[in-house]
Design a protein around this ligand. Structure first.
Ligand code: AKG
Length: 295
C-alpha cells in the first residue's frame, strides 16, 4: 500500500505544471510508474486470493518493480549521456569570412567555435551503429535503386537527388527510431511516433541549396540522420547574411533543427570537400532520414 501511495505521489509530481518539453522527459518515468501501479494492483488482488504461492508472487513482483526502476534509471542516464554528447563547439562554427566556394576545401579550424544550442541547433555524433546504418540502408535501398537521380527539385532547392517517403518499417528499425526519440526532449514533444519518414538521397555531385523548410508542411522541429557520408550543413540568417553557422554532420550522426535555426536561418548542403578538425573530407553519396511532424 505504501509503495502504491509513493508511486501515485511520484506520478502526480511528474505531471504537475510542467512545460511540454519537460513533460516529454517525464513520459518514460510516468510510463514506468503507471506500469508499476498496474502491477501493484494485480499483486494486491492476487495476494488476497492466494495463500501459499503468495510469497513467490510477491518476490516476483518486487523483482519486476526493481527491474522497471532500473530500466528507467538506465534510460535517463543514457538520455543524459546523449544530451551531453552533442558537444556543441566541436560540431558548429560561426563563419565570419566571405562565403567560400562550394566546391573547394575550407579550413573550418580557422572559424570561431560556437554553441548553436541556444539557436535550436544540435548535433549528436554516432547515434546509430554501422550495423544499424547498414540495416536502415537495406530498408530504403530497394526502392531508391529503382529511381533515377533528378537534376532539379520543383522548387529548385535541391539538385542531384532522389527521394521517397517510407512509413512501414521492420521491428529492428522501429527499435532504432524509438531509441533516437529519447535523445532530446524536443523530439519527444514534437515528432509524432508514427514513423513516416522522408528519405533524401543526395548523389556526390548533388547540392541542397539554401532554403527554409515549408512552414505549412513541416512542424517546429526537424531531425535528420546522416548516412553514408560526412557533410557540412550551412545555416545563414535570412535577416543578416553575415551571420552564418556551419555544422559538421558526421556520417551516422543526427542533427536537430528547431527554434530560430529552423525559422530564421536557411539551411544548405553545398560543400563537396571540406576540412574539419584538421582532416579533409570528401562528401560522397549521402542519404538522410528526415523526421518532421507535419501539423
Ligand atoms: O538532407 C538533409 O539533412 C536536409 C534535407 C533538406 O534540407 C530538406 O529535405 O528540405
Amino acid at each position: 500500500m505504501m509503495m502504491m501511495m509513493a508511486m501515485m505521489m511520484q506520478s502526480r509530481a511528474c505531471g504537475r505544471g510542467v512545460v511540454a518539453a519537460a513533460s516529454a522527459q517525464c513520459g518514460s518515468r510516468r510510463r514506468a510508474v503507471a506500469e508499476g501501479m498496474m502491477r501493484t494492483r494485480v499483486m494486491v488482488r492476487e495476494a488476497a486470493a492466494a495463500t501459499a504461492p503468495q510469497m513467490v508472487r510477491l518476490e516476483t513482483w518486487r523483482t519486476l518493480s526493481t527491474k522497471a526502476a532500473l530500466q528507467t534509471q538506465q534510460q535517463e542516464t543514457h538520455q543524459q549521456t546523449q544530451q551531453q554528447q552533442h558537444m556543441p563547439s566541436c560540431f558548429t562554427r560561426r563563419r565570419t569570412t566571405a562565403s567560400p566556394s562550394t566546391s573547394c576545401a575550407v579550413d573550418f579550424d580557422q572559424l570561431e567555435a560556437v554553441d548553436a544550442g541556444p539557436l535550436g541547433l544540435f548535433v549528436f555524433p554516432d547515434v546509430i551503429s554501422e550495423a544499424e546504418e547498414e540495416h536502415l540502408m537495406s530498408q530504403v535501398n530497394r526502392k531508391l535503386k529503382r529511381m533515377r537521380y533528378a537534376s532539379a527539385h520543383f522548387d529548385r532547392a535541391i539538385s542531384g537527388y532522389r527521394e521517397m517517403r517510407k512509413s512501414r518499417w521492420d521491428p529492428a528499425s522501429m527499435d532504432t527510431f524509438a531509441r533516437l526519440q529519447t535523445m532530446h526532449p524536443s523530439l519527444q514533444a514534437h515528432i509524432q511516433p508514427n514513423p513516416s519518414y522522408h528519405i533524401l538521397d543526395l548523389e556526390a555531385e548533388g547540392t541542397i541549396f539554401p532554403h527554409v523548410d515549408s512552414l505549412k508542411y513541416a512542424g517546429p522541429v526537424i531531425a535528420g540522420i546522416s548516412m553514408l557520408s560526412d557533410a557540412v550543413m550551412t545555416f545563414a540568417s535570412e535577416k543578416d547574411p553575415s551571420d552564418v553557422i556551419e555544422a559538421f554532420l558526421p556520417r551516422r550522426s543526427m542533427y536537430i533543427m528547431s527554434n530560430r535555426i529552423r525559422y530564421d536561418y536557411t539551411h544548405a548542403v553545398e560543400y563537396k570537400q571540406f576540412i574539419w578538425g584538421g582532416n579533409t573530407y570528401e562528401r560522397t553519396r549521402r542519404v538522410s532520414l528526415l523526421m518532421r511532424n507535419e501539423d
